[in-house]
Write a protein that binds this ligand. Structure first.
Ligand SMILES: Cc1ncc(COP(=O)(O)O)c(C=O)c1O
Length: 389
């Protein structure tokens, strides 16, 4: 029988079950003490004044943009190699996503291209700390400050990642986290906005709750983006486990990457910066298709035949998604057609084009043994040997 190695797995035990049970029996399900405690503890962990819990990472991004006043026609610089929420949140504010290229080693947004993409309409940037790495925040923040652009960190894949000693989510104007099932820590579904700004936090709290400041008093356009007590109770338990789970994730990933560097020529290991604590949501590597004479998709299939699941996502740059090519979010034209004319068919970003479709994420979750990791390495080595590489 083929051994099955999953690429991701939530780490939940009796403690989470007990926490959920307590909330269910308490009868208090919404806007209660668990959410408050989770917010306080998460803010402490990230090192910010405020954390605002919501029901997804997408909601966190949407609220952050709304709280910062990003609106119709405003341009927001985003990377094209990320989950689509980074972009859809911008569209939900009737703003315009403008794509900037990524760095070929970190896969995060390239600050130099961010600077080139700034126009008089640029109001925000969303650097994504992709795969658990960190974007070059010092450069991004300094360019943003010079140009009066706000910075919203997308930390959906980077719980605990550090940039020059600071946790991501504490560096820009706001940080947005996701607690979706496969993330470093989960609340099943959920999200969090982190910020040092009293004003952003206050607005975020109002927007997540229908724009309400009291019964029947709606002062802003809001949504139902609240986190439930059940999700918060799970989050509190998961937060206690996060550092330990991250250490295992990091250990597994560094072992895989070190061994690959020594043994497997058709896989390129990206360079890591010593001032970044990478938390490896993915253990990302690049397939050198020409060297192996095989397409990445075929390798993914071959690994699957051997029981090894890998992550293989973001294969197309997001500017080639149909929803953008058709300009369908704004069927009446504006704001894509008022002012600067936007046409995503003309976007071509060299690093993204070179890399998209060739990155795979190897299994690295905290539940894997050294034996499991060695099996993955052996199969990778065998694929190369079969082709004489
Ligand atoms: C980079 C990135 N941003 C945003 C999100 C959205 O988070 P959620 O799925 O919790 O809405 C995700 C989630 O998968 C993500 O990976």
């Amino acid at each position: 029988m083929v051994k099955i190695i999953r690429v991701a797995k939530p780490f939940v035990d009796e403690e989470e079950v007990q926490a959920v049970r307590e909330v269910l029996l308490s009868g208090r399900y919404v806007s209660g003490p668990k959410v408050e405690e989770f917010e306080e503890k998460f803010a402490d962990y990230i090192g910010v004044e405020h954390a605002v819990a919501v029901n997804s990472g997408t909601a966190a991004l949407h609220i952050a943009l709304a709280s910062l006043g990003i609106g119709p026609g405003d341009e927001v610089v985003v990377p094209p190699l990320t989950f689509f929420s980074t972009v859809s949140a911008v569209l939900h504010q009737n703003a315009i996503p403008v794509f900037a290229d990524i760095d070929a080693e970190s896969f995060c947004l390239d600050p130099a291209d961010f600077e080139r993409k700034i126009t008089e309409n640029t109001k925000a940037i969303i650097p994504v700390h992709i795969f658990g790495n960190a974007a070059e925040m010092n450069e991004i923040v300094s360019i943003a400050e010079e140009n009066d652009v706000t910075v919203i960190e997308d930390c959906a894949q980077a719980h605990g990642t550090e940039y020059k000693g600071r946790k991501v989510g504490s560096i820009g104007d706001a940080g947005c986290f996701s607690f979706y099932a496969t993330k470093h820590m989960t609340t099943v579904e959920g999200g969090m906005i982190t910020t040092d700004s009293d004003e952003i936090a206050e607005k975020a709290r109002i927007i997540r709750n229908h724009g309400m400041i009291g019964r029947d008093q709606h002062v802003m356009l809001g949504y139902n983006y609240r986190m439930s007590e059940i999700n918060a109770a799970i989050g509190l338990v998961q937060l206690k486990k996060l550092e330990r789970l991250n250490e295992l994730r990091i250990k597994n990933s560094l072992y895989l990457l070190e061994q690959i560097r020594e043994r497997i020529e058709w896989v390129r290991v990206p360079e890591m910066k010593d001032y970044i604590k990478h938390t490896f949501f993915w253990c990302p590597v690049i397939v050198l298709e020409d060297k192996l004479g095989m397409k990445t998709m075929e390798i993914v299939k071959k690994l699957k035949e051997n029981g090894i699941e890998v992550r293989y996502r973001y294969r197309e740059p997001l500017y080639r998604q149909k929803v953008l090519l058709d300009l369908s979010p704004y069927p009446k034209g504006c704001p894509f057609r008022c002012g600067r004319k936007i046409d995503y068919r003309n976007v071509f970003l060299p690093n993204v084009e070179k890399i998209a479709g060739k990155i795979i994420g190897l299994p690295n979750h905290p539940g894997l043994s050294k034996e499991d990791l060695d099996y993955v390495l052996d199969v990778l080595e065998r694929i190369g040997n079969e082709r004489g590489v």
